[in-house]
Design a protein around this ligand. Structure first.
Ligand code: ADP
Ligand code: ASP
Ligand code: MG
Length: 442
């Protein structure tokens, strides 16, 4: 068995879904388990509709029209799509009545994206002669905690899915991104989470390969939307892919590699716009020694740096513990930390929960002098040879200085395969471009 996960652009319209169906048909001898995202842009539109409903306005016409156009263009009968669209409207009306959009309601509304796209893809596969059936991930045992909008899968998910899929004889088309809590509420596992769903399902069934089908030729030497000259990376380690994803390379959700590492299943990143290109193979260890000092350059924008200066002259022990307890209690993830005798600076991701960051800063002001810098970004250089090769840091910072970019914080991860630093949002482009030129010559 293999897992084939198709992202939002890959199921973005009828023409893309025809390509997907061709790829699935071509893989039938390998028993594919198909995972789909919502059609591109639909999750954003649903979240916006939920917010609007919270203010009392229910507006679904554009979403209804988008889904009907796709089924119409594909020529499929889709009674379950119509049923779900009606259910979506009803759900939004419920939100509008309460005039309040809770994280629980946001997740329920967002879940319609994947539930709808999977119905359409399965219906079209059937039309193409494939015995396919859509499944909501929670109906095959995908359970999570109740941390709405960023829920963590529960351990029993793996056993549940293995048992349920063993009994399925058709080609399953399963929703990415969503699960259910033990209380029976629909949850989502974080934006971009369908990759993570795919690797969890792949690990559960002991797949031979987890294929992540997207809109670029694999994991590349930099974000191709920023660096036009970026090249696909034929092969990389789980460790490198994990660091790149964690530090912003959107092509993979950061948690994707974890279930794959634990089960030793290779992950292949492929392009539905260019299906014959070999893409990127992500494996535990490289077969051949790779001479490149650097594998890729990633960035993560719109972060906040929280600077804390201890109000006592020297940091008392327990100071760091206090800081991380506050961030932990506010559920704020810290990406990077640097310390001195009297100060600590942390980068936190304020994109998802700006209010949480503000609450944390207020609480921390009781133990330290706090200053907050917004619109910051992390740039991260990743490569497994960075361990052995001296002088890479020198090359990185000379190149960045040449581009006139001011570097604020620096950290070399304990894994020693990344070198990370903070710049202002506006310096991302010059920094990433100059580093790409330095290490890849273009
Ligand atoms: P999908 O909808 O298929 O999940 P995403 O939009 O989540 O696709 O991820 C693919 C996008 O990730 C690419 O279009 C590209 O712009 C971006 N990206 C960022 N960094 C990289 C990188 N290093 N390699 C490839 N793509 C990257
Ligand atoms: N549809 C979800 C999102 O847009 C999940 C995904 O595409 O991976 O975040
Ligand atoms: Mg994605």
């Amino acid at each position: 068995m293999i897992v084939m996960k198709f992202g939002g652009t890959s199921v973005g319209d009828a023409a893309r879904i025809r390509v997907v169906a061709g790829l699935v048909k071509g893989s039938l001898p390998r028993d594919p388990v198909v995972i789909c995202s919502a059609h591109s842009g639909v999750t954003n539109a649903l979240l916006k509709a939920a917010e609007e409903a919270g203010r009392g306005t229910v507006e679904v016409a554009a979403l209804v029209e988008r889904h009907r156009r796709i089924t119409g263009d594909l020529g499929v009968e889709a009674p379950d799509v119509e049923r779900l669209l009606a259910e979506l409207e009803e759900t939004l009306r419920g939100v509008a009545l309460s005039r309040r959009v809770t994280p629980r309601a946001l997740d329920l509304v967002a879940s319609f994206g994947e539930r709808l796209s999977c119905r359409t893809v399965a219906a079209f596969l059937r039309r193409q002669g494939v015995d396919a059936q859509a499944f909501d991930a929670y109906d095959i045992g995908f359970l999570t905690d109740s941390n709405f909008t960023n829920a963590a899968p529960l351990a029993e998910t793996f056993g549940n899915i293995r048992a349920r899929l063993e009994a399925v004889r058709v080609t399953p088309v399963i929703t990415g991104f969503i699960g259910k809590s033990l209380q029976g509420d629909v949850t989502t596992i974080g934006r971009g989470g369908s990759d993570y769903s795919a690797s969890i399902i792949g690990a559960a069934i002991g797949a031979r390969e987890i294929q992540i089908w997207t809109d670029v030729d694999g994991v590349m030497t930099a974000d191709p939307s920023l660096v036009r000259e970026a090249k696909p990376i034929p092969e990389m380690t789980f460790e490198e892919a994990g660091e790149l994803a964690y530090f912003g390379a959107r092509v993979l959700h950061p948690a994707t590699v974890q279930p794959a590492v634990e089960s030793g299943i290779p992950v292949r990143v492929l392009n539905t716009y260019n299906p014959t290109s070999p893409g990127t193979l992500i494996v535990p260890r490289l077969e051949r020694e790779d001479p490149r000092p650097v594998t890729s350059v990633a960035y993560k924008e719109n972060l906040t740096v929280v600077n804390l200066v201890s109000t006592r002259l020297l940091m008392a022990h327990g100071f760091l513990a206090q800081i991380f307890t506050v961030f932990g209690e506010e559920r704020i993830a810290v990406d990077m930390v640097s310390t001195s005798e009297i100060s600590v600076s942390c980068t936190v991701d304020a994109r998802q929960d700006a209010a949480g960051v503000e609450r944390a800063a207020r609480r921390l002001a009781e133990v330290a002098t706090v200053s907050v810098e917004k619109e910051q970004a992390i740039v991260c250089v990743v490569g497994h040879r960075m361990r052995q090769e001296p002088g890479i840091a020198g090359r990185v910072f000379s190149a960045v200085a040449r581009a006139g970019v001011n570097v604020r914080m620096i950290s070399q991860g304990a894994s020693k395969i990344n070198l990370t630093f903070v710049v202002h949002n506006r310096d991302i482009e010059p920094a990433v471009k100059v580093l790409h030129r330095e290490f890849f010559g273009t």
